[in-house]
Every structure is written in structure tokens, then in C-alpha cells.
Design a binder for this molecule. Structure first.
Ligand code: UDP
Length: 307
């Protein structure tokens, strides 16, 4: 049986990816420091190890694949600990690449649309070099992931890690998100469920494109099973403004009004993946429209709120 290590495997994406790997017949080890776990907990059937990627515990035995997802990922979380975020992306990724070298494992890096910063090119193709303001608060995450990509390719080019995959993950939503992680979809749904106004940052004209969890996991799975070693965007190109998002959530749950708040520094004005590469090389595209992924997501948050 093949064995996979999933770092960040107790998080929103990692636990579902781990479940998929178990379904595909892998023996799965999860390494997670539980700094931003999914309320649903680590996946059943995986071996759970609590620890960090920066100072990882030793993991015995063969490892065929490493899926390196561990990092704070929501803006309020990574802004709380900017140095820790940089260390996780830098030193944590180095540690996991060393482990991949040691075990001759295929290495998949979970990168992000944030490598494009506040993009001047729209939609974003993988060739776009990005527009990150290095001195901004957000740079702790963006530059950590850019460095992690550069490090991954450095290990690959020098022959230390033979097989690398890099997925650039765009905004994702679905059951398993932490209700308090500060992301817009979880905030809006929980606010509407609690009868509170939806907090729009800025004037709400900024756009994002939200991918349903199941689609994202399918994309990561396909990339990791492929021979594509260039970065690949995985996301849903269905783009909407935060104002539009608020009105969709209000109509699905209840209209609780809007509370306008200041726009965070360097908040990207727009974001939409160009998914031509994933379509062409992986035969992947999203199947779940935003509106179709909402009911299971709302049901999930409602069940958490009901305790
Ligand atoms: N946002 C908002 N209200 C909230 C949380 C976020 O208007 O309660 C905005 C945020 O400023 C950004 C967008 O929604 O423009 C997406 O934010 P999120 O934190 O979900 O993800 P990211 O900024 O990393 O794409």
C-alpha cells in the first residue's frame, strides 16, 4: 500500500484531501499543529501526529507522497503571526522537501492565488508574475508562498526531489470551514444565521471567485496523479463582487442588512483564475456552481451553531 503524508491534514482542505487519499487506497499520515483545525477534526482512518512542519517530529517508514498544506491560510489568521507564517512557508517547506528527498517521495506544494498579489492581469494565468507589495502586511503570506514555490523548484532542478507538483489554490468554501476563521463566506453565512448585519470591507466592489470544496479536492487529486510539474491554478472562474455575494447569502438565509467596515491593507481588488491549464492538462474543471454549493455549506454552519 502506498503511504501519503498530509501536512495541515486537520484543516479545512487537508482533512478532505486525506479522506480522498484514504478512498484511493493510501495509508495516510496527518501532521498538523492544530493551529487552525477544522471543527470536524482530523480524518477518520488516518494516523494523526500533532506537530509543526518547522520543527517536525520524526516520521518513520516509507513515504510515497507528501501533500504539503500546512500554513495559516485566512488573512486574519496569518496576520496574527506574520513571522510564524513566513517561517512555516520557508523553514517548514524546506523541512518537508528534505523529507521528500530522504524518502524519494513525490512532493505537492499547496500554493495560492495570493502569489499574484493585487493582480494587474485578469483573469490570472499561471504565467502571470504577480503584483505583491513586499512591504505590505499581507506579504507575510504571499511572499512565504512565493518562496515556497521557488524552493520547491530549486530542489527539483538540483535533482534533490524528482517529482514536484504545485497547485495554486483560489478561494474555496464548503463544509468543514472553521466558523471563526474570518473568511468572507464563513463570516457572511454565520452573520446571517445569527441575525447580524453582513460585514462588507470597503465598498464591496472587490471580486473573488469561489470554488466548492469537492471540486478543489478533485483538482488537487488529479494534479498529484499527473506528470505536470508546472504550477496549476485550481479554482472556479465564477467571479462576483462582495456586494453580490452578500446579496446571494441574504436571499438564501435572511436579509440582515450590511455593516460597512474599512478595507484591509493590500486587499486584492479582483481575482479570477484562468483554468485553461487545468482543463487542458488535467481534464479538470469545476462542476459545482456557487449557488449549488451554498446549501450544504449553510447546513453545515447551521448544525455547528445548533451544537
Ligand atoms: N471580506 C469582507 N467581509 C468579511 C470578510 C472578508 O468584505 O467579513 C472581504 C475581504 O476584504 C476580501 C474578500 O472579502 O476582499 C475575501 O476575503 P477572504 O478573507 O475570504 O479571502 P482573501 O482575501 O484571502 O481572498
Amino acid at each position: 500500500m502506498s503511504r501519503a503524508l498530509v501536512t495541515g491534514g486537520a484543516g479545512f482542505l487537508g482533512r478532505r484531501l486525506s479522506a480522498r487519499l484514504l478512498d484511493e487506497g493510501f495509508d495516510v499520515v496527518v501532521l498538523d499543529n492544530l493551529s487552525s483545525p477544522s471543527p470536524l477534526g482530523p480524518p477518520d482512518g488516518a494516523t494523526f501526529i500533532e506537530g509543526t512542519v518547522v520543527d517536525p517530529p520524526s516520521i518513520d517508514g516509507p513515504i510515497d507522497r507528501i501533500y504539503h498544506l500546512a500554513s495559516p491560510a485566512s488573512p486574519p489568521r496569518y496576520l496574527l503571526d506574520p513571522i510564524g507564517t513566513l517561517r512555516t512557508g520557508g523553514e517548514g517547506t524546506r523541512q518537508m522537501l528534505d523529507l521528500a528527498e530522504d524518502r524519494n517521495a513525490r512532493f505537492l506544494l499547496a500554493s495560492t492565488s495570493e502569489v499574484y498579489g493585487d493582480p494587474t492581469e485578469h483573469p490570472q494565468r499561471e504565467e502571470y508574475t504577480g503584483s505583491v507589495q513586499v512591504t505590505s502586511t499581507r506579504a507575510c503570506y504571499d511572499e512565504a508562498k512565493r518562496y515556497a514555490e521557488a524552493l520547491t523548484y530549486a530542489y527539483h532542478r538540483t535533482g534533490r526531489v524528482g517529482e514536484v507538483r504545485v497547485v495554486r489554490i483560489f478561494n474555496t468554501y464548503g463544509p468543514g470551514m472553521a466558523p471563526d476563521d474570518g473568511r468572507v463566506v464563513s463570516n457572511f453565512i454565520n452573520q446571517a444565521l445569527a441575525g447580524q448585519p453582513l460585514t462588507i470591507y470597503g465598498d464591496g466592489s472587490q471580486t473573488r471567485s469561489f470554488c466548492y470544496l469537492d471540486d478543489l479536492i478533485e483538482g488537487i487529486w488529479r494534479l498529484s496523479a499527473s506528470d505536470v510539474d508546472d504550477p496549476v491554478n485550481i479554482g472556479n472562474p465564477e467571479e462576483m463582487s462582495m456586494k453580490e455575494l452578500a446579496s446571494v447569502i441574504a436571499s438564501e438565509i435572511s436579509d440582515t442588512g450590511i455593516d460597512y467596515r474599512p478595507l484591509p491593507e493590500s486587499d486584492p481588488a479582483r481575482r479570477r483564475p484562468d483554468i485553461t491549464r487545468a482543463q487542458t492538462l488535467l481534464g479538470w474543471e469545476p462542476r459545482v456552481g456557487f449557488i449549488d454549493g451554498l446549501p450544504p455549506t449553510i447546513d453545515y454552519f447551521r448544525s455547528l451553531a445548533d451544537g
